[in-house]
Design a protein around this ligand. Structure first.
Ligand code: FES
Length: 143
């Protein structure tokens, strides 16, 4: 069921296919219903060098969620890109949007800093763990 929800969200928002076997990217910005995704691949299972997004896909103050691996990439300042696990530490939902430098979990409303992943609003009590990335040209890859 979780995959169906994720696939539905991707379908509504549009899938951006990246070359070289890259992951699908959910472009953020629209509100959507909650999606509990307990079986999404964790970021720790992703391979270094895996393409995540291009810099054009990550708006300043916003971000994109890559469901597989579950990583959210943000641009809190012009030209500064950050990445975190996209799995909410509260009950495991996939975060679904980044608004004004806040990463939002749709399930119970937790919000996290797009700068460092710290909890801004609960019920989550832990932040989103950072993920290493590299920006080479316009490509953002796992570091
Ligand atoms: Fe994210 Fe509850 S699972 S706030």
């Amino acid at each position: 069921m979780a995959h169906e929800q994720v696939a539905g969200q991707i379908g509504r928002r549009g899938v951006l296919a990246l070359g070289g076997g890259a992951a699908a990217v959910v472009v953020l910005g629209a509100c959507s219903p909650g999606s509990e995704v307990s079986d999404v691949a964790s970021a720790s299972s992703a391979a270094s060098g895996q393409a995540l997004a291009t810099v054009e896909q990550v708006p300043q103050g916003g971000g994109v969620v890559i469901p597989d691996p579950a990583i959210v990439v943000t641009q809190p300042e012009l030209g500064v890109y950050k990445a975190f696990t996209a799995i909410c530490p509260h009950q495991g939902c996939l975060v679904d949007q980044v608004v004004e430098n806040e990463i939002v979990c749709p399930c119970h409303g937790s919000r996290f800093s797009a700068v460092d992943g710290a909890v801004l609003v609960g019920p989550a009590t832990e932040g989103l763990a950072p993920e290493p990335i590299r920006v080479q040209g316009t490509a953002i890859t796992l570091g």
